[in-house]
Design a protein around this ligand. Structure first.
Ligand SMILES: [Mg+2]
Length: 258
């Protein structure tokens, strides 16, 4: 397992020091920036619940076991290959489909066979999402059953109009631009009136290019998180409008001003 990279705290330290300058993302929502927004798009994992819950550790173990059994590799080799596919193709699944013709449904079912009990109901988050004007979506590289189980455990599932998952994306994961276009076309989302909330900086580039407001969710306790440094590459780029470590507080503050 790879832990938070040493560069990361430095980056957020720098962002904090320079937060008054125009080029850095803001941390407090300016309601005027969101007054036109009618489509609210949320990533799922590590966005709607904090990184420290670390559901991904379980998913990661399941994926490694799947690869290990499929290709008769020992766990160390299986993990190496899994990470290679994740890096090269955006998801382990995409690599497995391309190189080994894996049945995506079997993989997704296995990957997401996890214990959700670490997730507790978050009524304040539900209320903040409910109060946003317009439609709300979950847009995930995971599966619909995983998104439903997660949102249900958080007690916020009913507040979403729809879930766009890796199956709907024809298994082409974020950050591919075509996947955002597919999402927008399928749901008739006007990206000029949409906002996207995500924990991975690279997944906010395509939305920004399509006119969406972008909000990066960052961990509030880096020491316990499972991140890889390359996943955070680009966090300082101009495609991030806002950065917050507390989605609920961010939305609650925003809702009050809308
Ligand atoms: Mg995420």
């Amino acid at each position: 397992m790879v832990n938070a990279d040493a560069d990361l705290p430095l980056f957020f330290g720098v962002a904090e020091v320079h937060k008054e300058t125009m080029s850095e993302p803001h941390t407090t929502p300016n309601p005027a920036d969101f007054a036109h927004i009618r489509e609210w798009v949320f990533d799922l994992d590590n966005t709607l619940y904090p990184h420290r819950i670390n559901l991904f550790a379980q998913i990661d173990r399941n994926m490694t076991a799947f690869v290990s059994e499929l290709l008769q590799l020992d766990p160390v080799e299986a993990k190496k290959l899994q990470k290679k596919y994740y890096l090269e193709h955006g998801t382990t699944l995409q690599g497995l489909m391309i190189h080994h013709k894996v049945d995506p449904n079997a993989f997704l079912e296995r990957a997401h066979a996890i214990d959700y009990s670490a997730l507790l109901p978050h009524p304040a988050l539900g209320e903040a999402i409910r109060a946003l004007p317009g439609r709300k979506f979950i847009f995930t590289n995971g599966s619909v059953p995983h998104a439903e189980a997660t949102a249900r455990a958080l007690g916020i599932l009913d507040h979403f109009d729809d879930i766009f998952d890796i199956v709907a994306a024809d298994f082409v994961p974020k950050p591919a631009g075509e996947t955002y276009d597919k999402f927008a076309a399928l749901n008739r989302v006007d990206t000029q009136r949409a906002a996207m909330f995500e924990d991975l900086p690279r997944n906010l580039k395509a939305p920004k290019e399509r006119g969406m407001k972008t909000v990066l969710i960052v961990p509030n306790n880096l020491g316990e998180t499972y991140l890889e440094s390359w996943e955070y590459a680009g966090a300082e780029d101009s495609h991030i409008d806002y950065v917050t470590e507390d989605l609920e507080r961010f939305l609650a503050t925003l809702v009050k001003g809308l």
